[in-house]
Structure formats: C-alpha cells, structure tokens
Design a protein around this ligand. Structure first.
Ligand SMILES: C[S@@+](CC[C@H](N)C(=O)[O-])C[C@H]1O[C@@H](n2cnc3c(N)ncnc32)[C@H](O)[C@@H]1O
Length: 402
C-alpha cells in the first residue's frame, strides 16, 4: 500500500492568497494532493518528486512520512539567514528601505508557477529593489532586471553581485572612511585619494551603504557616520550569509543583468524571455522620485529630469492618469514583444483611491495586456499592508503569450 506523505506549510503562511499559491506550486510540479483540514498543509499518496519540492517550494516547510526523517526545504534553511530579523528580509533582501518591495517568498512561488527552472531567463521590467533578481539567482534562473531609477539599479546590483566580491569588499571596508558629516555634501564617505575606488562591485557596495545611511539620517535622524558603520557591518554579515548559503546548499547561481532603462523601449531581443515576474507602479499611488529624493540627489541626478521618465510621476492632476495609462499600454506591448510564445507573465498590481474614487488600474492594465496579445489566465486577490489610505488590495495577474 502507498504510504501517505504530509507536506507542512511554513508558520508564516497566514493568508488565503498564500494558500492558493502554495497549491498552485504543487500543481505546477504535477503533484496530486488534498488540503489538510486545518489548512496548514497537504497530503499525498501519489508520486512525489521530493528533490523538486525540497529545492523549489516557497511555502512548504517540510516533507514528513511515518517512520522517516522529516525533510526540510531549502527555503526553510535560507530564510534563517536574516540579519535584521524582519520577516522575509533574509540574505541581502533588506538592503535599502525601499517602499513597495515584493514579498520574496511570493516571488519564489511565482517563478515556479510560471514554469521557470535553472537556465531559463526571467525578466522583471520594473526591477525596483531587486527582489525578483535575488530569488531567481538563488534558483539558478537567469534574470534581466530593468528600471528607470539609477538608485534601484544600484540596489539590485549590490544585492546580487556582492557575494562574488566579498574579499575585496571586506578589504576596502578597512579604508573607506567619512570625509564629511554634512548630509548636503555630495559624498560623505570615500577611500583616500591614492586608492580611489574604481567603478564596480566594491564601489557599488559602499555607495549603497552611504545611501542607506542617508536614508537613516533623513527618516530616523541617525548620525550618518554611525549609520554607515552600523549598516556596513550588517550588510557585510548578510553578504557572508549569501556565500555560506550558496556553499552549504551547493547552489549554482543564475546570472543577473541589471539595466538602467525604460520599460517602454527595452533593449531586449524579441521572443527571448522565458517568463516575466513584475510589479509596475500602481498608477500615481507612490511618487518613486520624491520617495528617494535624498539618495537620487546625492547620486547627482536632477529630480525634474528623472520625473519625465518615471511612469506614474509624469504630468499633473488628471493628466497624470492619462499618461500613466498610455505608458502602461506601451509597457504591455513591450512585455508581449520580448516573451517567447507560450511563456507566462505574473504581474502584481493594485487599484488606488484618488479623491475618494477607486481607479481601476488593474482592469486597465489587464485590457492593455490583452490588446497587446497576452491571454489573461487568472487573478488572485492579495491583501496589502501599509498604504491603507491609497490602496487596500492588490492582485496577482497571470497572462500567457499565445
Ligand atoms: C512597484 S515598484 C517595483 C518594486 C519591486 N517589485 C521590488 O520588489 O522592489 C515599480 C518600479 O517601476 C520603476 N519605473 C517607473 N517608471 C519606469 C520606466 N519608465 N521604466 C522602467 N521602470 C520604471 C520605478 O522606479 C519602481 O522601481
């Protein structure tokens, strides 16, 4: 007689949308299962590719069979490497307090649900703080990340490239020192002149550390020098964790290519992408330029010039919505152009409330994708935290290129 196998969910799985994604992960892996009465797991009598579940499942914590050792998933192992102890901000995910970050666990699940595996290439055309890139890299999936914000590109690069340069970064941390305390100065920290850091991963690491210190100064009124030292040490510890996780689990990382560019005209070959996982700006809900003003200014950018290119920030009043819709229609056409036939896109997007009126961004974008040639397959409701004044709910939309 076939023995029953129990698949137990992580304790942090609390919402209906997570249970839905957990089920979809198993379905995508070809597992036949039933959901346990307490909704904390699944059981199966059928064939189960243990290796696949252990390596790939984001929501299953363990596989249990009577009389056998309980097997724990890689995700369970990885999420323990969390220097800040903030939920889901393990490894380098916590670098920079970026508003509107994805939940990494959800991204890992979506990568599996849209059928991506090692060697495939995922595109996130609004890479933001790099969540898709970190998760894809861990799974051996290559990632192209595009963002109009040079700050987002810096964050995404540092999160995904520092592990390969840990020795050089540790060495440089001995001599990169404060050169100013005044937050209005262009640079607050640098290496002495005779060993000026050349552009590259080491310089990126310290540039980002400075941007986090600047953010701590403006949001938490922390002394920038203290903040720099504190964050640098925690960031180094997280990069060491990244190295250790890679080694202990024997992971082959995917390649990551972060490009400062515009989703409306991406320098990507037609039909070259195996899947898209992304989250666009939610209409005008968040002003990404204003939000990161301190960092973008310190990096030498003119905020007015940048605002001309950011979707959801262009224009004023009602005109802003019209420009947003126009930009998102072009984004949908670009996403369709670069996807391979049969490939899927997962898009997380929400409606916003403007002057008491709900703006149906989700409906507009779904229509734009369908007009571009993508077939709508499914929508999953998802609750969000924070931003309650402008948004309450978001949706995970799944499309497929015919
Ligand atoms: C919702 S955020 C993405 C957050 C991301 N999922 C994460 O986990 O951090 C949307 C992103 O779209 C970017 N963006 C705005 N206009 C853009 C454009 N024209 N081309 C590419 N990216 C753009 C913003 O800079 C912002 O990072």
């Amino acid at each position: 007689m076939q023995q029953t196998t129990q698949l137990t969910l992580h304790e942090n799985v609390q919402f209906i949308y997570e249970l839905v994604l957990a089920r979809m992960e198993l379905e995508a892996a070809g597992v036949e299962f039933s959901t346990g009465e307490n909704l904390r797991g699944f059981s199966t009598n059928g064939r189960l590719d243990h290796e696949h579940i252990l390596r790939r499942s984001a929501y299953v914590r363990s596989i249990d069979r009577a009389g056998q050792e309980c097997l724990l998933t890689d995700y369970h192992f990885i999420q323990q490497y969390n220097q800040t102890q903030s939920i889901n901000q393990y490894l380098t995910h916590w670098f920079y307090p970026y508003k509107g970050k994805f939940h990494p666990q959800m991204i890992q699940a979506l990568l599996g649900i849209i059928g991506l595996g090692p060697g495939d290439t995922v595109l996130d055309p609004f890479i933001g703080s790099g969540t898709t890139a970190v998760e894809a890299q861990l799974l051996g999936i290559n990632c192209i990340g595009v963002d109009i914000s040079p700050l987002c590109c810096l964050i995404s690069r540092v999160k995904t490239q520092s592990w390969a340069h840990i020795d050089a970064i540790e060495e440089a941390s001995e001599y990169v020192a404060p050169c100013a305390r005044d937050i209005h100065q262009q640079r607050l920290f640098r290496a002495p002149d005779d060993i000026e850091l050349p552009p590259g991963p080491v310089k990126d690491f310290f540039d980002l550390t400075e941007m986090i210190a600047r953010s701590d100064k403006s949001r938490r009124r922390r002394d920038p020098v203290d903040a720099f030292v504190h964050n640098r040490d925690r960031m180094l510890a997280s990069v060491r964790d990244h190295v250790e996780v890679k080694r202990t689990l024997g992971l082959t990382f995917g390649e990551v290519d972060i490009r400062n560019g515009d989703v409306r005209a991406m320098q990507i070959d037609p039909e070259s992408i195996d899947g898209i996982v992304t989250s666009p700006p939610y209409s005008i809900a968040l002003n990404y330029v204003k939000n990161d003003e301190h960092a973008l200014t310190a990096m030498g950018y003119n905020l007015d010039d940048l605002s001309e290119e950011f979707i959801g920030v262009r224009g004023h009043g009602r005109e802003r919505f019209e420009l947003y819709n126009e930009d998102m229609r072009q984004a949908a056409r670009e996403m369709h152009r670069v996807l391979k036939p049969g490939a899927m896109a997962a898009v997380v997007i929400g409606n916003m409330t403007y002057q008491g009126e709900e703006i149906d961004t989700t409906g507009m974008f779904t229509e734009a994708c369908e007009d571009a040639g993508l077939t709508f397959e499914r929508s999953i409701d998802k609750i969000i935290f924070g931003l309650y004044n402008v948004m309450q709910k978001e949706y995970i939309l799944l499309f497929r290129k015919a």
